[in-house]
Write a protein of this length. Structure first.
Ligand SMILES: Cc1ncc(C[n+]2csc(CCOP(=O)(O)OP(=O)(O)O)c2C)c(N)n1
Length: 636
């Protein structure tokens, strides 16, 4: 009989006997492997915390007790156990459940996330609120070892550790970020686990505690366990957490449900800041995911039997690949070029660079602010750093971009992947703000290529530009075509646009990056209806190509801007302000993403829904010209 099928809420889980929990864990694994094989998703991370999710809901009283998961990508078992088993097949689909945790999705999702490093701060806020309100529930933050490379996690720990507030930090240590974890903290955690002294001591004391329990009963066992923890800490590199003000427990096997439940029960009964160090294996229980943890951290739909991707890669390479290959090739010409990633080597394509130029590649951990300022330091010494980063994660480092780079006019190059509609990862990962936030930075060159060749051309322009920072952006998608070899691609002349289609006076469409192909296709449609549209590839979002604008206006009566970014303070607002000041008679409209958070869904589906397609651009142009389609057809 299926246990999972009968669990609608944690109350149902609590009715199970402890000895039934391993069976439940197996059912959850089967469900995760099967479900994600259709929807794709963060299967590896979620398989690693099946037992931990069960134990947390079994031993704590969610939602009265507040359990906060860092990032939330690993919380699929949590979803299954908190009333979302039936909805699981809709994971990451349009109108389906999110791939992360969201407060408005479920009462057990205490804090929405998607970006790493927020759990300790959020949980500490909840613990403080509890104390202010005179309440007594427990607050737990579950944080991966990868998230312990985030500065924000330490800001939270520093604040919480010496507060005496009742807060439990669970470190889910699988040795992995998306890629193998990096840095000193990761090494320290590894040492805690590997230290034979700690392990020998732990085993000895455990034996003693057990024996005492048999002779003297539970009270003495509690006392002995306290002694066990204290003595162990004396010898354990868990001192790292102890110094931060947390009592340290662990490391414990995160796949041993008995051990997990016992420990959670024991630590739950105490008070003050404490940390439980739980060892887990990413991908646990699924042979492919265990064997290649980086690939299986999160991926698209697969065949659960063979582990092969359901959709074979075909057609042009992704923008990420074009960037990775292009940068690697340019690095051969430019010995001063280095690449920096904040824990995303494969996501940004810099893993390709790493293979060719290992000494010039830096994975700094999930530390975007540090990545940017580190790049600034390198740039002061004549090195040319390329910070390869997702648009959404660079938000974390905005002050570093302004204060450490732009104010000092340092020639750091920012390559923003996942710019625009990111798709299934949803709200927290959308790259919709980079044009707006980069435009606001004085001295920042802001660019967006229309295709892979232009991306490489712009990288050349960036390398030739030494007067200040330079950024470019491209989406999570396939590039429009296979690019040429980097050696055959010339630098894009600085600050220039490219007129791709010459229309008459009707309308000038100024398109940015990914919106250039739909703008061109829209112009073809309009042509058939008798509307003559000029299309310009505005590969430089800033500076504007003022010479080109002089040629276009006031000759065109209408101006339509199109970009895959927020319309609020985006390219449209910037360019139209310039045009309105000089040629007030020109009627303008801006297309982009609305001033609202965009939910998850397939990228193509979202683009269509939001009108960023050839049809959408043509429709907006018609509306701007005030000509309904019928009239246009009659005049054609
Ligand atoms: C600020 C930020 N940068 C990068 C990422 C991308 N990312 C998602 S999960 C992850 C690894 C997290 O590692 P860990 O905390 O150990 O969790 P695990 O996946 O191993 O369970 C990274 C880098 C992110 N979510 N947030």
């Amino acid at each position: 009989m299926s246990l999972l099928a009968h669990i609608q809420s944690p109350a149902d889980l609590k009715r199970l006997r402890r000895d039934q929990l391993p069976q439940l864990a197996q059912e959850i694994r089967d469900r995760l492997i099967e479900g994600c094989s259709i929807t794709g998703g963060h299967i590896g991370a979620s398989l690693g915390v099946v037992e931990l999710s069960i134990a947390l809901l079994y031993e704590f009283d969610s939602p009265a007790d507040k359990i906060v998961w860092d990032v939330g990508h690993q919380a699929y078992a949590w979803k299954l156990l908190t009333g979302r088993n039936d909805a699981f097949p809709t994971l990451r689909q349009r109108d389906g459940i999110s791939g992360f945790l969201k407060r408005d999705e479920n009462e057990h999702d205490q804090f929405g996330a998607g970006h790493a490093g927020t759990a300790v701060s959020a949980a500490f806020g909840m613990a403080t609120a509890r104390d202010l309100k005179g309440e007594s529930h427990k607050v737990v933050a579950v944080v991966g070892d990868g998230a312990l490379t985030c500065g924000l996690s330490y800001e939270g720990m520093n604040n919480a550790g010496h507060s005496d507030r009742d807060i439990i930090l669970i470190v889910n240590d699988n040795g992995m970020s998306i890629s193998p974890n990096v840095g000193a903290i990761s090494k320290t955690l590894g040492r805690i686990v590997a230290d034979p002294r700690t392990n020998r001591l732990r085993e000895k004391i455990k034996g003693m505690t057990f024996a005492l329990g048999g002779v003297f009963g539970e009270g003495v066992v509690d006392f002995a366990r306290n002694v066990e923890e204290s003595v162990k800490n004396l010898f354990s590199p868990g001192m790292l957490f102890e110094e931060l003000g947390f009592r340290y427990f662990g490391p414990i096997d995160g796949h041993d449900l008995t051990k997990l439940c016992d420990t959670l029960q024991f630590v739950r009964g105490m008070s003050g800041p404490r940390v439980i160090h739980v060892m887990t294996q990413k991908g646990k229980g699924f042979v492919y995911a265990e064997a290649n943890q980086e690939k299986w951290h999160g991926l698209a739909a697969y065949d659960p039997v063979t582990g092969e991707a359901r959709k074979k890669a075909s057609g042009p390479p992704t923008w990420t690949q074009v960037f990775g290959d292009g940068l690697t090739a340019l690095a051969t010409e430019h010995p001063e070029l280095v690449a920096i990633t904040a824990a995303m080597p494969s996501g940004t394509g810099t893993n390709l660079f790493q293979k060719q130029h290992p000494g010039r590649f830096f994975d700094v951990g999930i530390a975007e602010g540090h990545a940017v300022t580190f790049a600034g330091g390198l740039a002061t010494q004549g090195i040319r750093p390329v910070v390869a980063i997702y648009s959404t994660f660079l938000q974390r480092a905005y002050d570093n971009v302004i204060h450490d780079i732009a104010v000092q006019r340092l020639p750091v190059i920012f390559c923003m992947d996942r710019a625009g509609l990111v798709g299934e990862d949803g709200q927290t990962h959308m790259g919709l703000y980079d044009i707006a936030y980069m435009l606001a930075v004085p001295g920042m060159t802001v660019t967006a290529p229309k295709d892979g060749d232009e991306l490489i051309g712009l990288l050349r322009t960036a390398l030739a530009h030494t007067g200040g920072p330079f950024c470019t952006r491209y989406p999570r998608d396939k590039a429009p075509a296979e690019p040429r070899a980097a050696s055959d691609i010339a630098e894009v002349p600085y600050g220039t646009w490219e007129q791709l289609r010459e229309g008459k006076e009707d309308v000038a469409i100024l398109a940015v990056g990914t919106m250039v192909p739909p703008a061109l296709a829209a112009a073809e449609q309009l042509q058939r209806e008798g509307v003559s549209a000029t299309v310009v590839n505005c590969r430089f979002v800033k500076p504007l190509d003022e010479a080109m604008l002089e040629r276009l206006f006031p000759g065109h009566a209408h101006l339509l801007t199109v970009e895959e970014g927020t319309v609020v303070n985006g390219f449209g607002a910037f360019a139209r302000a310039y045009v309105a000041e000089r040629w007030p008679g020109v009627h303008g409209a801006s297309m982009g993403l609305p001033d609202a958070f965009v939910e998850h869904g397939e990228r193509g589906e979202l683009l269509a829904e939001l009108g960023l397609t050839a049809d959408g651009v043509a429709a907006r142009a018609r509306a701007l010209l005030g000509k309904p389609l019928r009239t246009l057809l009659e005049t054609a």
